[in-house]
Design a protein around this ligand. Structure first.
Ligand code: PNS
Length: 168
């Protein structure tokens, strides 16, 4: 019997951008199931709570039957094992992403050689989009229309970010 090909797409998603959405859509076409796994990181102080990020991702992917949204902590490869996933999906925007991504991919391979990291490139229009820049632009009064889902845009507006929210 053929078993489902399951992939994990891990990250902070603070907030979800259209670059993330693009990668999830590509992953959902490539794998039987893709699990968007939001890191529970108690050390970082995120803008959106984990529950808010889960709710946003679930709403954005409401009509995608093979996209699941979940949270995880601890080692990613252990989480992948628990989910019976054979792949970890990561987006590569530019060469600048490569060093960090390669280090993570090789460390994860060292920890669990059965899980393969698969890199995907988002559409060119999103190669400069990051959650960090999205927050900065909003805090400084700029527009992020078309860079994040409209739900994220309205949630960002509700947060009433100001310059003081930008850390040095
Ligand atoms: O959105 P991000 O911050 O680039 O995502 C980073 C993430 C969540 C993929 C990474 O921090 C992670 O996998 N954390 C889990 C801890 C872990 O497994 N570390 C060892 C392998 S590098």
């Amino acid at each position: 019997m053929k078993s489902d090909r399951i992939a994990i797409y891990p990250g902070s998603f603070d907030p979800l951008t259209n670059g993330h959405v693009d990668i999830i859509q590509r992953g959902s076409r490539l794998f039987d199931r893709i699990v968007v796994a939001i890191l529970l990181n108690i050390e970082k102080s995120p803008l959106f709570t984990v529950q808010e990020r889960v709710d946003i991702a679930r709403e954005v992917f409401r009509e995608y039957p093979n996209v699941e949204v979940d949270t995880f902590d601890g080692l990613l490869v252990e989480y992948a094992r628990r989910k019976h996933a054979s792949a970890i999906v990561r987006g590569l925007r530019a060469i600048s992403d490569f060093e960090y991504e390669m280090q993570m991919a090789l460390m994860n391979r060292h920890l669990n050689p059965d899980v393969e990291t698969v890199f995907m490139m988002p559409a060119e229009t999103y190669t400069y989009v990051s959650s960090r820049l999205v927050k900065e632009v909003v805090a400084l009064g700029g527009s992020v229309t078309n860079l994040v889902p409209s739900l994220v845009e309205s949630r960002l507006r509700e947060k009433r970010l100001g310059r003081e929210t930008l850390r040095a």
